[in-house]
Design a binder for this molecule. Structure first.
Ligand code: SAH
Length: 299
């Protein structure tokens, strides 16, 4: 937000939730050190420092009891690659979720002194903690899924590796499957980091600027449209100047310009989002778009 932007507190409070809350992410991975970088800088670091979020990294391997700590096996039926075995994952998730939020296995207990676990009978899991498998076969992650996840005080994220996890992890333990897009990456860790980052931005107090996340593309403040362009100093860069309206000091004109830029950008790049916005487009919005040859799926 810059100094020219008017803040309409009434409209803002309607759909922007300001109730303070925190989220604990229990992340199950074979590679906990991968998470160090993204969580030690900037917004995620600040959210951790302010205890807005808790990120607990659970090493799946710690939950193996065999001599070689094996977490993968060759696929039944042949074919290339390895498959993550079900027992260490299920044991890790059931053990952690049986404990209060914030619990991690004491390092000295890994492998040798694990809490008792019944291999034959599923442990009851807390009903309000989604157990999410990261997989390219899941529902596609977007801002509405982000908003949905941000309502839970605790989330479990399971990071797959190799060819993926044994199907019985999915059928017996997992309650939700999320993909970060129609492409395949080497492990669920980067996908989990994307989810933690996106969800954290929505927590009141996570961003320095209270309106920031609200006004983002795909968010309530933009009616799910793309956000328009941003400018900062210098006024002229390589012959291209900042649009005059942004220097006018006229809040209403700035707001209208921003709205029109948002509409224009969405029309050019993601016209289907205009249809999704539907009723949220005002008469003035519709007239502006119609002048630019908008072809709504429904008017
Ligand atoms: N053989 C699998 C892909 C395995 S990729 C298949 O074809 O469906 C290895 C791991 O990376 C997966 O288990 C998953 O945890 C993670 N992964 C890969 N692509 C992902 C995506 N688009 N979204 C979320 N997780 C993904």
């Amino acid at each position: 937000m810059d100094e020219n932007q008017a803040v309409d507190d009434t409209a803002f409070s309607k759909d922007h939730d300001t109730a303070s809350r925190t989220i604990c992410f229990d992340i199950f991975t074979l590679f906990p050190p991968m998470f160090a970088g993204p969580f030690s800088e900037s917004i995620l670091k600040r959210a951790l420092d302010k205890s807005l979020i808790q990120v607990l990294l659970h090493d799946i391997r710690s939950y193996t009891t065999d001599r070689h700590h094996v977490c993968d096996g060759t696929p039944y039926g042949g074919g290339g690659g390895m498959v993550m075995k079900p027992e260490p994952i299920v044991r890790a998730v059931e053990t952690v979720l049986a404990h209060p939020t914030g619990w991690t296995l004491p390092p000295e207990a890994a492998f040798v002194d694990l809490p008792p676990w019944d291999e034959t009978t599923p442990a009851p899991l807390p009903a309000d903690v989604p157990v999410i498998l990261l997989t390219p076969q899941g529902r596609t992650f977007d801002q509405s899924v982000t908003l949905e996840l941000s309502q839970h005080p605790r989330l479990a994220l399971i990071c797959g590796r190799y060819e993926g996890v044994d199907e019985r992890v999915r059928s017996q333990l997992v309650t939700d499957e999320i993909s970060i897009g129609d492409f395949v990456i080497s492990g669920g860790e980067l996908a989990a980091m994307v989810i933690v980052d996106a969800v954290t931005r929505l927590l009141p107090g996570a961003l320095g600027d209270a309106l920031g996340a609200h006004q983002d593309s795909h968010s309530a403040g933009t009616d799910g449209l793309l956000e328009g362009p941003h400018y900062t100093r210098p006024h002229s860069f390589r012959g291209e100047s900042v649009p005059d309206v942004l220097l006018s000091g006229h809040h209403a004109h700035v707001e209208r310009w921003r709205r029109e830029q948002s509409l224009l950008r969405t029309l050019e790049r993601r016209p289907e989002l205009l249809d999704t916005a539907g009723e949220k487009l005002s008469k003035a919005d519709r007239a502006f778009l119609t002048d630019r040859n908008w072809n709504p799926a429904y008017a």
